[in-house]
Design a binder for this molecule. Structure first.
Ligand code: PLZ
Length: 457
């Protein structure tokens, strides 16, 4: 019954198995301890306490084995406790754990920057700086763009998510829960419309060119292109609802930035490292950003983030203008080298494309049967459905929460997102076995079909 002695990582039995209700008694006991000491401002999607994880499953302290369609928010694309990550970290942790790269450097940091130069879009000379979190990477990208241009304004978009630090909260669009009561926010951030095909007033066909014209027109009229340091954009929006911009929008924006000396920053924190079927989502449209921010999938679960960009932009910052005690910690760098090796050896870009090729048609078939499914979108292993009141485009966050809860009770970890809280998103580990992806999808389909049948969700 119990898997308590089974190792984690890919050797963990790849099955869905419920031996208690969700959450079970041991998780509930831990929840009680947690509530006494953990700040309630830190939320939890599903309070099962995890004991082991690997491949496509999470095993909780009660012995339940859940299908993971979240990857810890797009982090463990290579799987939990992936062997090359574990080996690399183990080898490093025995040699030394920290020196601070700014005090006495070490090879791992340099090796990660070499890999970033090789893997990010464009063949120009590049440099990288390493940090701990995605928020920090975005915040530093803005610092670098300002140092390079001598300008201050930053352009962000509707539905954007870039983090929870003060500057990145200003860039993030959604008030609740990210910003509410936490102001004042950093100045010189200007928000522009996003090319969101499903919700574009004149329809998806017009969305790309009209959104581009609206954005460039508003920058010219309200901000002045000559005042803009950078445009920061997620090539596919994550927390804001897995919004895939209409074709031509990203490339048009990059071109506008080039013409006006504006630094184009692609925030690939969620989309990067094979998630969308390419190493980086920008590649899909052939866009070469000036700066790329990465985190999450870069290091198989250890905290690491980076800003990678054109040498002439990165070199604009004065000596010691960038850094942080832990940025590019040796364990995190060893993990990143292991994760990158895993992505290459197992061709996880191809795996991500296969996951998308499985999920998108099945979810579109679900849309045909269920009028609550307003839109199905995504790329590779970054896929979502947007739930609406049938026959309208009115967001239905209650139905979305009900479907997510039904999946959780059935042992499938799914996440929601979206400015209106009505998007169910799927971010399976890229190493998920086919049978688990099929079974996870089946549970999702059943939960969506059951919507509108009182008592079933
Ligand atoms: N940029 C595109 O997706 C993090 C946030 C979860 P950090 N997304 C998950 C939450 O509720 O806090 C993210 C992202 C994009 C930046 C970030 C920020 O990355 O590592 O969470 O700071």
């Amino acid at each position: 019954m119990t898997t308590a002695l089974a190792p984690g990582g890919p050797t963990l039995a790849q099955r869905r198995l419920l031996v208690t209700e969700i959450p079970g008694p041991r998780s509930r006991a831990l929840l009680e301890r947690r509530e006494a000491v953990v700040a309630p401002g830190v939320g939890t999607v599903l309070p099962v306490f995890v004991e082991r994880a690997g491949g496509g499953v999470l095993v909780d302290v009660d012995g339940n084995s859940l299908i993971d369609l979240g990857s810890g928010i797009a982090v463990v694309g290579v799987g939990n406790a992936a062997p090359h990550v574990v080996e690399g970290v183990r080898e490093q942790v025995e040699r030394f754990t920290h020196t601070c790269f700014m005090v006495t450097p070490y090879e791992g940091y340099v090796a990660v920057c070499e890999e970033l130069a090789r893997l990010t879009p464009g063949s120009h000379a590049k440099r990288s700086a390493l940090f701990n979190t995605g928020s920090e990477a975005v915040e530093n990208a803005v610092k670098i763009a300002r140092a390079h241009t001598g300008r201050q304004a930053v352009i962000a978009f509707d539905h954007a998510y870039h983090g929870r630090t003060n500057l990145t909260m200003a860039l993030t669009a959604k008030n609740m829960p990210y910003k509410h009561g936490f102001g004042p926010f950093a100045p010189e951030v200007y928000r522009m419309p996003m090319a969101y095909p499903y919700r574009w007033p004149t329809g998806p066909e017009q969305c790309g060119p009209e959104a581009l014209a609206a954005v460039t027109g508003a920058i010219d009229a309200q901000v002045g292109a000559g005042n803009v340091a950078c445009v920061v954009i997620e090539p596919i929006q994550g927390e804001g609802g897995f919004v895939v911009p209409a074709p031509g929008f990203l490339s048009g924006l990059a071109e506008y930035c080039r013409r006006n000396g504006i630094v184009f920053v692609a925030d690939e924190v969620q989309t990067g490292f094979a998630r969308t079927g390419d190493w980086f989502a920008c590649e899909h449209e052939g866009v070469v950003p000036d700066l790329v921010t990465t985190a999450k999938g870069i290091a198989g679960g250890l905290p690491l983030a980076a800003v990678t960009g054109r040498a002439e932009i990165m070199d604009a910052v004065h000596k010691s203008g960038l850094g942080g005690t832990y940025g590019g910690n040796p364990l995190a760098c060893a993990a990143a080298l292991g994760a990158i090796r895993t992505i290459e050896e197992q061709d996880l870009c191809a795996a991500a494309r296969r996951i998308g090729a499985t999920m998108l048609p099945r979810l579109r078939a679900l849309q045909d049967r269920c009028p609550a499914v307003g839109d199905v979108r995504g790329r590779g292993a970054m896929v979502a459905i947007e739930l609406v009141q049938p026959g309208t485009t009115t967001p239905d966050p209650a139905a979305t929460a009900a479907v997510a809860a039904a999946c959780h009770r059935a042992g499938v970890v799914v996440l929601t997102c979206g400015t209106y809280g009505n998007v169910l998103r799927f971010l399976p580990p890229l190493v998920i076995p086919d049978h688990l992806l099929d079974e996870g999808l089946m549970v999702v389909e059943q939960a969506v079909v059951a919507l509108g049948r009182p008592g079933l969700t």
